[in-house]
Design a protein. Sequence first.
Length: 256
Amino acid sequence: MKFTSLPLIVSTLTEDREKALLSKLNVREPAAAVLDEVKAMTYRATTKFRICRSCVEADRFQYGLAFARVLHQIPGIRTCSTHDLLLETACGDCGKEYDFGDSRRGILPGRCRGCHSEKGLAMGHDRSPGYAAFSDIVMRGLLGRAPEVRPDRLLIALERFANLSAALGPDLVKMFTSFWGVDCFQKACDCIGAKPEEIWRSLVSGIQPVSVFGAYGLASFYESGVKNAPGLPAEDVLNASIRAFVLAQKRSRFGW
């Protein structure tokens, strides 16, 4: 299971939903039914098929064929965590994009289906604190080792965001944007493959994100950009308690 994206989703679920999903897997329900339920839990941004050239070569040497990596296909991931190399998305000779269906057509990952060249075109990438934190937490999430995105831990981050928004106003959104090394909020959300309105609600009002990638992006921002950042207003314990109570009532009412 650790070679799929399922642990990334399971680790963000509330306890009852996690048990329900795992029970279906344990009784061996049809994979299609489980997959439909998993899809309903996550927003998937359109991505190009991505490979790491060193991973491809290592697979061929060890197995005689190459495998795609789940981590490399996640929105926001632009480098290989194993080799620290930029991922490739297209042929470096003819420019034709790699395709998810190439392996089903008998074409090895990393070999162009047009001209059969094995020269790749790497993605553009600007390193930032946001990217480093996000790629780390997603990699751990795929192995089920990212407690930062569990509902209890994420609730702490959301309450802190709401308090900071009340104190700082738009400056918190600006902090989120600069954390990703970009110049506008839309681009920052694109970095993690989440919808801007979803992230905006979480930062301004402390509302739980609806997508898995949104949860991971917000968790990485809180843990690496907010939690121990100097100069931020101290937590207002009274306001935090009132806000937590109001959020709890909303979650109870709307089934969050």
